[in-house]
Design a protein around this ligand. Structure first.
Ligand code: GLA
Length: 415
């Protein structure tokens, strides 16, 4: 048996060096090196990350969003034991060198530990709450992948939706996709403690190849919009800034938006979320709000309007307008939502100065992580080189870059 390896968490690779089947074959080998036992019983899964293009910080305000899944994500190797008389044990490990989890399925922790495994553990807990009888045998999981963590590409939804998918398949739970998404959300909100919106698990769980997802976070309806990647490329560049504060800042923004709705909602008949509040109502009552709360509300109403316009531009293949709207979103993040940082601003300014770049903004929650940019097909290399040169000149490091084409959702991959 080969010795287990531990790896540093991945940086964004320009292009994954190995195909998915080959990567998952190595991942399965790693599982066997750590856990031993029968190779035939080990199943392997891939779950994508996502990049969001429009609807920044709108999901928890009931607005529309426009993300797409990407072909970088989480690798999961999974084995379930035979059904036996004793209650099962859960073992979860990561190839990224951090401490794993081991415990009885009948007495799982009720509070998070602050470690990486809180995410999949939260999923196991919510699947157990829904289907207690199914988790009556040993479950072993090994996680890995090629998605940077904390880069705004939703490594968290990738792991939570992927875990729900893998457990569903391996244990024959017969969950529908919505139940898997619900388990992922429950893990993050109810166990890990991030008050995230619904965008990320939907973007991962309902992804379709070569499409972006139009998701209305008020009624949770969605639609796949095909994108012609012969004409347009979606590029991502990583500032490599990781803010320890980000989670606290994120929850603060959620609370500020809630406060905005509590004050503004009563002025709009039938309003149930901040998305329902029109700009004129925000302006009429802005003086009654805390200054920061007023800024957050202005961002939300502006972004709602921009996202609907972006949908039209997207359907009309009007990439100039689409790009201009994207850059406007970044301006709103800078001045109103205050979730950008200097490195992200440098990347965005450099991007929009390049030939062939229609627009750019930070993606994900912000405070660090990646920018996303819309680039005319054919201009990817020169444009990203120009941005990387500018960033390197300023900070001495070259930002990692990747281009994506809209990936499918979680799937079993047989090496
Ligand atoms: C994070 C959250 C999402 C969403 C984005 C901002 O990624 O997990 O739910 O709110 O930030 O658009």
């Amino acid at each position: 048996m080969s010795r287990p390896v531990t790896l540093p968490t991945p940086v964004l690779e320009t292009c994954p060096t190995r195909g998915l089947a080959e990567s998952l074959s190595c991942h399965r080998g790693e599982f066997l090196a750590r856990f031993g036992g029968r190779a035939q019983a080990v199943q392997t899964y891939f779950s994508p990350g996502r990049v969001n293009m429009f609807g920044g910080h709108l999901d928890y305000n009931g607005g529309p969003v426009l993300p797409t899944a990407i072909d970088r994500g989480t690798f999961i190797a999974l084995r379930v034991g035979e059904r036996g008389a004793r209650a099962g044990r859960l073992r979860m490990d990561s190839i990224f060198g951090e401490e794993g989890f081991e415990g009885d399925l009948s007495s799982l922790p009720t509070a998070p530990s602050g470690k990486w495994f809180d995410y999949p553990l939260g999923v196991v807990r919510s699947v157990q709450a829904a289907r207690a009888e199914a988790l009556d045998r040993d479950v072993e999981l090994l996680f890995g992948g090629n998605l940077p963590v904390g880069a705004g590409l939703s490594s968290s939804a990738s792991i939570t939706v992927g875990t729900a998918f893998a457990l569903d398949r391996a244990l024959g739970l017969d969950l529908d996709p919505l139940e898997r998404v619900a388990a992922a959300l429950d893990a993050e909100r109810g166990f890990v403690g991030v008050q995230c919106g619904i965008m990320d698990p939907y973007a991962v769980g309902f992804a379709a190849e070569r499409c972006v997802l139009w998701l209305d976070c008020k009624d949770e309806s969605f639609e796949h919009l095909p994108l012609d990647f012969q004409k347009l490329s979606i590029g991502v560049m990583d500032s490599s800034v990781k803010r320890a504060l980000a989670r606290g800042e994120f929850n603060r923004r959620v609370a500020e938006c809630r406060a905005a709705f509590e004050s503004l909602g009563p002025h709009v008949e039938g309003a149930t979320v901040l998305r329902d509040v029109p700009p004129e109502v925000v302006e009429a009552h802005a003086h009654e709000l805390d200054a920061d709360v007023a800024k957050r509300a202005r961002h939300v109403v502006g972004e709602v309007a921009r996202t609907f316009r972006a949908r039209e531009a997207f359907l009309a293949e009007d990439f100039e307008t689409l790009g201009a709207l994207m850059t406007e979103t970044h301006r709103s993040f800078q001045s109103l939502y205050e979730c950008s940082c200097e490195e992200l601003d440098v990347l965005v300014e450099a991007a929009i100065a390049q030939e062939g770049v229609f627009g750019a903004r930070l993606t994900g929650a912000g405070f660090g992580g990646c920018i996303v940019m819309l680039v005319a097909a054919g201009a990817e290399e020169t444009a990203s080189r120009g941005v990387a040169d500018a960033f390197q000149k300023r900070y001495g490091v070259r930002p990692a870059t990747a281009f994506f084409q809209g990936d499918a959702g979680p799937r079993q991959v047989n090496p």
